[in-house]
Design a protein around this ligand. Sequence first.
Ligand code: HEM
Length: 395
Amino acid sequence: RGLSRRRLLTGGAAALGAAGVGAVATSASRSDAASIGGFGSETIPFRGAHQAGITTVPPAHVVFVAVDLAPSATVGDLRSILRLWTTDAERLTSGRPALADTEPELATAPARLTVTVGLGPEVFDRVGLGDRRPASVRQLPPFAVDRLESSWNGGDLLLQIGGDDPSAAAHATRVLLKNVRSMTSVRWQQRGFRTARGVRPDGQTMRNMMGQVDGTVNPTPGPDLDGLVWDQGRDQPWFAGGTTMVLRRIRIELDTWDELDPRGRELTIGRRQDTGAPLTGVHEHDEPDLDATRMGIPVIPANAHIARAHHQTPRERFLRRAFNYDDPPPRGLTSDVGLVFTAFQQDIDAQFLPVQRRLAEADALNEWTTPIGSAVFAILPGVKGGEYLGQSLLT
Ligand code: HEM
């Protein structure tokens, strides 16, 4: 039975297209996943020049957890936390239970589990390493569109746990948090999702809860990513191979969005809702022509989201990686949906902020979207053989 099931699943994956599968190494040693086969046994290497979970093909589920250090925490405690997370994350992402795992059965089908760790701006001063904070890792300035709720802001440390199976991700989250609970407290937790694995071809751009194709224009692997995302260690040598993350929780006002007709929706974004093509093109990846006019009127309005967000210099680009959220609605409403929007870049000030400022000033989309959470993290460099997370910072 195991064999025929494996054949069915791998055959299905091949039929769906192999985009992204190259990033995945299969290691199913002595796990249930080995006998089950298929997506459950897929693993993503924990060690490497960069942490996994940033340029990895996005998973179906993600959990973001911000934790604060205990008031009495020292640099030694920070080191202990990062050592523990290194050991636990390496085991769990390879389909092995954590040491002293109380539910080892939940660890055997990692389904592309990744664990990504970052440090918030304040933590550097807290542990006496203020002069080693990457310069652009500090809280964002306020924007007129912000309606930030304190329950979604900031954090000393970030755990981003992604995978294609919510059980494996939930188990990993629990293990990683409980093993450091004497030194930390959870500040907030946010869950996000994309399409379940296998439902659409891997590599297809996701749709957000407004129905739009979201994520089309993004740096591609190769020099583009290296030059925009990964820190080169020029200002902070310890940070080479790391990156910065901006996390924004953005609520989407679906009830009023429902009132807008299809044409109005497309003019708001500057792209077609069905194909994701720019209003000046035919296919999703056609280059938008922001200067095109019809009878003297711009085809893509100047305040359309893509017109405001489009880079004005080559430096104003970054990697966008958004996940949908759909939480229980407050009493009297039918939904509480939005995006857990993350952006990765070398330098928040030079790359992300000019775009965010333009959007806050005059993006047509602002009428239906509200930023309610904001946090910034230094995503630690990748962990090479024998090292622990953050070792270059802490030695
Ligand atoms: C493009 C949706 C927030 C930056 C797009 C596109 C959609 C979209 C549908 C077009 C397809 C694509 O290229 O991905 C949304 C929604 C948001 C949101 C629903 C909030 C709920 C943001 C934020 C930023 C941002 C906060 C950055 C500050 C961009 C950029 C592009 C883009 C840079 C590509 C522009 C280009 O064509 O060059 N967004 N977005 N978006 N968005 Fe957003």
